[in-house]
Design a protein around this ligand. Structure first.
Ligand code: MN
Ligand code: MN
Length: 296
């Protein structure tokens, strides 16, 4: 987004960062996402469609990418957590580009520390509450469940939006129901419309601190085929951007966009959509950050 590069994060109010990590499964390669999202984000202008000016509201900087360990998933989760926690300790809100969805656990843990649990708005084709089939790892398929089980996220203030696509098992949404999370499928979003979807999100997360995690595969493959688990029949960009804009005014403490896989995105189209989603998350975060700062 042509923000200044401030690698030590000093004096930064909102840090834009890359978390370049993916677990070795599926089509993978989301570790290359931050580079292509950063490249395409250069096309974004200074003001949003609805005239939010995040770079005027807050000191926004590109803090670069976390240095992770591609050979060790557990170490990478810890390194990404420490990277975000360091920035949070300096007073910054953090908006990150993944990376696969497992890194959301790190981004939330680094931001929240022991000050949780927070609310969560989770855009995804998939519920990401699967059992761990790999043996004790936090990864892209269980990141939401792991964040709740760690006490970082309040299930009663969590809503997943845009769920669609084929499933591994018929019961893949039961964990949401059994643990008090809310869930809107793409059909629910279509029936409610953007305004109704926003109203339901606001009802669930309320006034408390809230994080936005956006798995790009929530989008229809027309917008996001460059991802590890593409799912036709998803959200449109107008729905996604409208819903994100409708969340302005909530206490958004940061967010992420994950799962852009550049080898399957040769035109940069998926990364362009991700960069615009990241910008909308930045706008919501900047409005909340500036409001709290100016009240102090
Ligand atoms: Mn997904
Ligand atoms: Mn996901």
């Amino acid at each position: 987004m042509r923000a200044p590069y401030v690698p030590d994060g000093e004096g930064v109010e909102i840090a834009l960062v890359g978390l370049p990590y993916d677990f070795q499964s599926g089509r993978g390669s989301a570790r290359m996402g931050p580079a292509q999202i950063r490249e395409m984000s250069g096309l974004i202008r200074q003001l949003s469609y609805d005239l939010v000016a995040p770079f005027e509201l807050c000191r926004v900087a590109d803090v670069g990418n976390a240095v992770l360990n591609p050979m060790d998933p557990r170490k990478s989760i810890d390194l990404a957590t420490d990277f975000v926690a360091d920035l949070a300790g300096k007073g910054a809100a953090v908006v990150s580009a993944g990376g696969d969805h497992g890194v959301t656990y790190s981004a939330i843990k680094g931001l929240v520390g022991d000050r949780g649990p927070i609310g969560l708005v989770h855009f995804d084709a998939h519920p990401d509450t699967y059992d761990d089939p790999f043996g004790g790892y936090i990864h892209h398929g269980n990141t939401i469940r792991a964040s709740i089980e760690a006490g970082l996220v309040d299930p009663a203030r969590t809503i997943s939006v845009g769920i669609h696509g084929t499933r591994f098992i018929a019961t893949d949404r039961d964990w949401h129901r059994d643990h008090g999370l809310s869930l809107l499928t793409v059909d629910d979003v279509a029936a409610l419309g953007v305004d109704g979807t926003v109203a339901e999100i606001r009802r669930v997360v309320g006034d408390g601190p809230t994080y936005i995690s956006f798995d790009i595969d929530a989008m229809d493959t027309a917008y996001a085929v460059g991802t590890g688990a593409p799912e036709p029949g998803g959200l449109t960009m107008r729905e996604a951007l409208g819903i994100l804009r409708g969340m302005h005014g909530l206490d958004i403490i940061g967010g992420d966009v994950m799962e852009v896989a550049p080898p399957f995105d040769p035109s940069g189209h998926t990364a362009l959509c991700a960069a615009n989603i990241m910008f909308e998350i930045l706008c919501g975060t900047a409005l909340a950050y500036a409001r709290k700062r100016d009240e102090r």
